[in-house]
Design a protein. Structure first.
Length: 287
């Protein structure tokens, strides 16, 4: 896959697991670690990467250049002696000095590296676990009724027209089984999503599964969306985020048809739109 997939000014739809691992030498934090580069802002130096950390790794990290956040998919990573496992989150704000990072068993983790991200005064190092954070119901967006999320990057405004803090948001969002929004929508800022599990249909892209990456530039309309069995995803923006909807042609036919067509038995696979049936030909539920 070419580097076109890393561009944040173009819509992206690919599977992270199809990318090659490469040795990285761009920054001290990832020097010598195998990485998959997911997205890059060439102007700010902001970068999102998947890391494959070897067992016994350790690094003395100087946070003078950027804010670094790690979300652990498997294995363990410790920040100044506080170790987290799968679902763990580490926050190292810019200007927080030198920290000790290490892994005993090795890990795969996503690194969000943001040089220009605004952070509140007095921001401190933080290590937490997904299961320790409360679920929050979405507020202010009726079409997303049923969606819940856990805030990782804080502060995080969780209701009203604009969600997230000054530096945007980093959340794990959960869509319940049968969720559907028949409209498409747009944000003012760039958004990226990494799917942790479940299924999601998003025309005209396709069916989304574990490992799918979506990049949505500001001003790019995307969705509708629906899931049969539910979906779990990691979401980042770098500015407070709005959501402006508009109707999508045959949106209700598509989301009803997909929910009626899918299987609770089959393993979900990422599939391009052209490889899926015409869901508008199915009789929608309640018709």
């Amino acid at each position: 896959m070419s580097d076109q997939h890393t561009k944040r000014d173009e819509p992206q739809f690919y599977n992270v697991r199809e990318l090659d691992w490469e040795a990285d030498a761009d920054s001290a934090l990832t020097h010598g670690i195998d990485v998959r580069t997911l997205s890059v802002d060439s102007n700010s130096g902001s970068k999102t990467s998947m890391l494959r950390v070897p067992p016994g790794w350790q690094h003395s990290h100087d946070a003078s250049d950027a804010t670094a956040e790690l979300f652990v998919f498997e294995g363990d990573v410790a920040l100044n002696g506080e170790s987290v496992g799968a679902g763990g989150y580490l926050f190292v704000p810019k200007g927080s000095g030198t920290s000790d990072l290490r892994s005993t068993r090795g890990a795969q983790a996503v690194l969000f590296f943001n040089p220009d991200m605004p952070i509140p005064d007095g921001a401190e190092l933080n290590a937490t676990r997904l299961w320790q954070e409360p679920w929050i119901d979405i507020e202010g967006i009726p079409a997303l009724h049923g969606l819940m999320f856990k805030s990782l990057r804080k502060p995080d405004v969780t209701e009203g027209d604009l969600h997230g803090g000054p530096g945007g948001l980093l959340r794990v969002a959960s869509l319940p089984a049968g969720f559907a929004d028949a409209n498409e929508h747009v944000h003012d800022c760039w958004e990226e999503l990494i799917f942790i599990g479940g299924d999601l249909l998003m025309p005209p892209r396709g069916r989304i599964a574990r490992g799918t990456y979506l990049g949505n530039p500001g001003g790019f309309y995307h969705a509708p969306m629906t899931t049969q069995a539910g979906s779990l995803m990691l979401v980042q923006t770098l500015a407070p985020t709005n959501q402006i909807p508009r109707p999508y042609p045959d949106g209700k036919l598509i989301v009803d048809g997909y929910r009626d067509w899918g299987s609770f038995l089959a393993e979900t696979e990422q599939t391009d739109w052209d490889g899926l049936p015409d869901f508008t030909e199915r009789i929608p539920v309640g018709a």
